[in-house]
Design a protein around this ligand. Structure first.
Ligand SMILES: N[C@H](CCC[C@H](N)C(=O)O)C(=O)O
Length: 284
């Protein structure tokens, strides 16, 4: 099967994008396709697969599949790339438009020209903070802010945030010493998160700067995670390391994102989106 694709990334968080306005792939094949395209040896190499598809309620729809074939509900870096692709390929006419995700519709604004969109702003909507919304096991509906969370005899403090997908945020003194490799794969499957979780370690530089590393649910360590960066800023405000309605620069391995948790409770994200490969995947 010959499948035209575009490889794009947001700060090094790369996905293989397929324009489903022009392609048709059976639902039951999508999980395996995500695994196959993501494979760096036998496929193209990426953090997963993203489908750009028609939508009844928005200008375009986005679906994201992780490297392990699991489907996520939303993707911040992916949304910026989808917006870039949609405008550059005339799937949309306006520079501000709605994108449908499994976590709800979000508004994107592209910056640049039809020939080249280099930056995109996305209103990522409102975070969800109570236990059931993350989701986490346990009855109470309180917010989880720096709650004791022991894992493998490591006494950590958890702040849990959903941006439509689940995030476990841990603040550390020194990001370079964060136990990402050791604890990321354990926490992501911890039984306290019935749907799994994206795991972020964050060092506070000052009230407008964070350092950030991530172990993603279904993809492992990635260069960047847009929804994770949003969750990190929300967690920083909840822990009084940062303030609402201030732009916080999040330094990820692959570059910087500007994030603002506005007074209307919406989280805004602005950052780059880049295309690296256009090709045809010969899939069997
Ligand atoms: N890289 C994405 C997040 C993917 C989330 C996915 N790993 C999941 O929730 O299962 C981002 O830029 O927001």
């Amino acid at each position: 099967m010959k499948i035209p694709f575009t490889k794009m990334h947001g700060l090094g968080n790369s996905y293989i994008y397929i324009n489903m306005f022009e392609e048709h792939i059976e639902e039951e094949k999508l999980s395996k396709l995500a695994i196959d395209v993501a494979n760096k040896d036998t496929g193209i190499g990426s953090d997963g697969l993203i489908l750009i598809e028609p939508s009844k309620e928005a200008a375009v729809g986005m679906r994201i599949f992780n490297k392990d074939g699991s489907e996520g509900k939303t993707c911040g870096n992916g949304l910026r790339c989808v917006a870039k692709f949609a405008y550059e390929n005339n799937l949309v006419k306006e520079k501000t438009f709605l994108i449908e995700t499994k976590a709800g519709n979000v508004t994107a604004e592209v910056h640049g020209t039809h020939q080249l969109i280099d930056e995109v702003t996305v209103d990522m909507g409102e975070p969800s903070l109570n236990r059931k919304a993350i989701p986490m096991i346990g009855e109470d509906t309180s917010q989880i802010i720096s709650e004791n969370f022991e894992v493998s005899h490591h006494p950590l403090e958890l702040t849990a945030v959903s941006m439509g997908n689940p995030h476990a945020v841990f603040f550390v003194e020194n990001i370079e010493e964060a136990p990402l490799h050791d604890l990321g794969p354990i926490i992501t499957h911890d039984h306290r998160f019935p749907e799994g979780v994206n795991v972020e370690f964050v060092e506070v530089v000052n009230e407008t700067e964070l350092h950030f590393r991530v172990w993603e649910r279904g993809s492992g360590i990635t260069q960047a995670c847009g929804t994770g960066a949003c969750a990190a800023v929300v967690a920083a405000v909840l822990n009084r390391y940062a303030a609402k309605d201030q732009v916080v620069t999040v330094h990820l391995s692959g570059g910087d994102l500007a994030i603002r948790w506005a007074t209307d409770n919406h989280v805004w994200m602005k950052g780059k989106a880049q295309t690296t490969i256009e090709g045809t995947f010969l899939w069997s």
